[in-house]
Design a protein around this ligand. Structure first.
Ligand SMILES: Cc1cc2nc3c(=O)[nH]c(=O)nc-3n(C[C@H](O)[C@H](O)[C@H](O)COP(=O)(O)OP(=O)(O)OC[C@H]3O[C@@H](n4cnc5c(N)ncnc54)[C@H](O)[C@@H]3O)c2cc1C
Length: 456
């Protein structure tokens, strides 16, 4: 019997294992990951190509989790990226976020400097009805982030953490002195016994978490969902911001609906990319730290948060249906549209796209976002682009490209005991808990539970 079984090998699960072994090297720990070993993860479609809908997506799953090929931006604060500040209190949350930073530094041979927030840019935004969020950011870049995670995993192996790939946990049953995990190892059924469990299955494990919560009677709170677009333009337009703070994250209250929109996930010199969630393709973006891999463009997301009132408890399914329709209209792909075409109420066609001054960094279907995107969301997006144009002139140029849609799904939020235990000896951490939405906070939750479970 294992002392602790961790389900999911993303940053949350890895940090939990790291801390458990630091606290008590004798504990028998196993990590089950349904995807591949980090080194074996590769997308068969190749960069910028059409998604092949693999059973387990190598971009979002496998050891090192959804963050493996990400831009590696570590937001060292609580203003966004999750709600552990609310859950643990600001001081405790910051203590663990900073510990994530130190752990990563210990596995990196060339740790990048910190980008700090800028008072001057905050004022400029304020004067234009925009709110620039405060955050210190450590940008590892895709390559450095990948290598750092690889070293963390090697370290865990050297500490005798058993790490099993292509092993999906499909159910949990109570047993004497612990739990039996029903697993599928390379499609073959099997069982694993553990005294305690940490579920760290990320957003892609939402169905599993829901199933376990329903089975063990854990109360679930519905979460909101974000719908929006990825916006791409010449890099120079946002250079004043990106040279000073690296990643502007800006809130806006729209005039027509007084809804809150947010500009976030900024990638300087970056690429627009596709993300596969259960066969539904949505837009995302990333960038490399190496100067030779930079593009002439930058990209960021503009998102509307949609909160449902009443008993509606399927926000993710709602947003997925919009993305699915977008894929349908885009012949199985994301749709790209010039801002000038959107304003004029016409689709972007291949001819107009070929003549565009902003060259798309992702092969998407030239089309019309307005045939799928809800009116309110699209109105908010257009107003936000004009508002951002006031602080970064050129944002609202006709040649600015919008890729749709980009959705952010937040997992359901199961009730916990204050220390992230959802029932006796079973903890739920990271993005799968509905509490975190980024690498630093998911990792911080892993470290926190790694401490708590050893005291428990
Ligand atoms: C393209 C992209 C770019 C991003 N860029 C950034 C960024 O720059 N900065 C940032 O802060 N955040 C970024 N994020 C978000 C970040 O990756 C996540 O917040 C983070 O990975 C969450 O970590 P996690 O450990 O909670 O979950 P995950 O990383 O999702 O890990 C969960 C793991 O559990 C596995 N799993 C799921 N169900 C099961 C099961 N039943 N049995 C076994 N294994 C299972 C999955 O395969 C997965 O590997 C990005 C995300 C994407 C997709």
């Amino acid at each position: 019997m294992y002392d602790i079984a961790i389900i999911g090998g993303g940053i949350g699960g890895l940090m939990a294992a790291y801390r458990i072994k630091q606290n008590n090297p004798d504990l028998k720990v196993i990590i089950l990951e349904r995807g591949y070993e980090q080194e074996k993860r590769s997308c068969p479609a190749g960069a910028g190509q059409k998604c092949l809908h693999c059973k387990v997506c190598s971009i979002s799953g496998g050891f090192a989790g959804a963050g493996a090929f990400s831009d590696g931006k570590f937001n060292l604060g609580t203003a966004y990226g999750g709600m552990i500040g609310d859950e643990l209190g600001e001081d405790v949350a910051m203590k663990y976020i900073n510990q994530v930073d130190h752990v990563l530094e210990s596995f990196s041979d060339d740790y990048p400097p910190l980008y700090r927030s800028s008072e001057e840019l905050k004022l400029k935004c304020l004067q234009n009805n925009l709110r620039l969020l405060d955050m210190n950011v450590r940008h590892l870049g895709t390559d450095k982030n990948y290598k750092t995670m690889l070293r963390l995993i090697e370290h865990l192996r050297s500490e005798q953490v058993e790490m099993v790939s292509r092993t999906e946990c499909v159910d949990i049953e109570k047993s004497d002195g612990g739990y039996v995990l029903q697993v599928k190892h390379r499609e073959e059924p099997g069982t694993i016994e553990a005294r305690k469990i940490i579920i760290a299955t990320g957003r892609s494990g939402a169905d599993f978490v829901k199933k376990i919560c329903l089975k063990f009677g854990v109360h679930i709170f519905a979460n909101s969902v974000d719908i929006g677009v990825r916006v791409e333009m010449k890099d120079a337009i946002w250079r004043e911001f990106s040279s000073k703070i690296y990643e502007p994250k800006i809130l806006y209250r729209t005039k027509t609906f007084e809804d809150r929109t947010r500009m976030f996930c900024f990638n300087q010199g970056g690429l627009v990319s596709a993300e596969n969630n259960h066969g539904v393709i949505t837009a995302n973006g990333h960038s490399f730290a190496e100067p030779e891999k930079k593009t002439d463009n930058c990209n960021f997301a503009i998102l509307n948060s949609i909160h449902f009132e009443g008993d509606f408890d399927k926000p993710t399914e709602y947003a997925e249906n919009i993305a699915r329709n977008m894929n349908f209209a885009g012949e199985g792909n994301i749709i790209v549209q010039r801002f000038g075409d959107l304003k004029r109420g016409r689709r972007t066609n291949a001819h107009r796209l070929a003549a565009n001054s902003v060259i798309p960094t992702m092969q998407a279907f030239p089309g019309d976002l307005s045939i799928v995107m809800p009116y309110r969301a699209l109105t908010n997006i257009i107003e936000t682009i004009y508002a951002l144009d006031k602080v970064a002139p050129g944002t609202a140029n006709d040649d600015t490209l919008l890729y749709g849609c980009e959705n952010k799904y937040y997992s359901i939020r199961p009730q916990h005991d204050g220390n992230f235990s959802i029932f006796d000896g079973v903890y739920l951490i990271g993005d799968g808990s509905g509490i975190t939405r980024g690498l630093s906070q998911s990792g911080a939750m892993g470290l926190y539970v790694g401490d708590h479970i050893c005291r428990d």
